[in-house]
Ligand binder design. Sequence first.
Ligand code: KIV
Ligand code: ZN
Length: 531
Amino acid sequence: MDGQGKIEGDVAGRPVAGVVGDVRIFDTTLRDGEQSPGISLNLKEKVEIAEQLARLGVDVIEAGFPINGPGEVEAVKAIAERVRGPIITGLARSEAADIDIAAEAVAAAERARIHTFIATSEIHMSAKLRMTPDEVLAAAVGGVERARRHVDDVEFSTEDGTRSDLEFVAKVFKATVRAGATTLNFPDTVGYALPEEYGEMLRFLIDEVDEDVIWSVHTHDDLGLAVANALAGIAAGARQVEVAVNGIGERAGNCSLEEIVMAMRTRTSGSLDSNVNSREIARTSRMVSMLTGYPVPPNKAIVGANAFAHEAGIHQHGVMVERTTYEIMDPVDVGLEGSKIVLGKHSGRHAFSKALEDLGFHLGKEDVQHAFARFKELADRKIRITDIDLEAIAADEIASEADEFEMISLAVTGGTHSAPTATIRLKHGDEEIDESAIGDGMIDAACGAIQRATGVTARLESFNSSSVTGGIDALGDVTVVLVSEEGDGEPTRRATGRGVSTDVVEASARAYLSAVNRLIRLKARSTETVG
Ligand code: KIV
Ligand code: ZN
């Protein structure tokens, strides 16, 4: 058989006969996750997330898609050089240029992998690739062979696998194993499969290919079934699952890391488990949400604000008497033990930077200095500074790395009988720019002033505000989505932005400016080419 131990039966709470070993967590937050509309992470943000993923205990980090441009290559290289523990991989189509650049990007990793793929469905082969099945087979084999010349660890995926002819998929998998693939990944690229069906398909492939490899599942959430499908795949024998933090990813997203990890831990009595330190889950989720600008919905399983909240009186009473009446997991086990007060007004720079280090941040000297100034401002307005406040300040600092425009100051005036006016001062290189605007409200005025100062016109597609912690003096947390309106044949670009401050107008202006900076970055990226 497949040498990994085959599962019989399902994973619904019963210890399953014949199961051996762990399920590897392959995290693609920085690749498939980053393909979500509007996300454009800078190098520092990517490295920080990768460091946190290592701390969380994932087995593989897919750090990017290097052929996408020099910025992507640089980020994958930085992760490969700095992040220790997990295998670091880069994605590559089955093409020589893709594979060579991916190999170069992951070369410095402690353990490097190349992940190469090609589509196998009729629709993708004929409409997208314009290749015959024989040509696809040859390209897949050629890609794996080339990747093996660079590294020993090669993963191969059949894109749109679930809508492909399974006999053909099996043939391609067999040939790629002979060419040197060590992990075979069967993606449900468009989130079309149903759980039972996906499990059956994988069972068929495992039996048909009959090789000693790691089988992997990669599922998308178009029908809300990504986690269910991944579980079915694991029950069928997969020992690697491809996931993204908070389930972000193309369209409706990928299988959510936190959901699959906790489903295995909660329902398989330890017979199927990962190496993830679940107590790092909440922090990882917050970091990814803050740096991507993608808020976590309150009702999101495991990490949503309401995931462990009890509203009905009967439930509240039950939980007070015995927690397990209405809680199937302990919030402490996913790192939701509540925010801890770590610093106050009189804390010095040393205590501040030590607290950041303890939280797992890796800020340079200059960034710490900058973040410390923000902390001092905050400490003047807020008595108790918690670990979650510090995370928000650090994330803001990391996010503004390499930003074209930086906010120096903002002043707003207005009231029931006077026109809301905002004056902003931005730093642009060595220059300082001052601009003012009048708006429908103070937030509108602040955004108008930013538009004038940066020269970037964009439509505000969405605006969300919440608070980082509870309490009247809590940090306001604003996320926005901007859509570029450049015309002149320029493609439409969408960017998220996030800002935090005790003042909601300032938080909004910071979020708006962060999205403007991302639009600028997205435009620059789209003109990058790989030589
Ligand atoms: O969804 C998909 O098919 C992918 C592959 C590149 C693995 O992301
Ligand atoms: Zn995918």
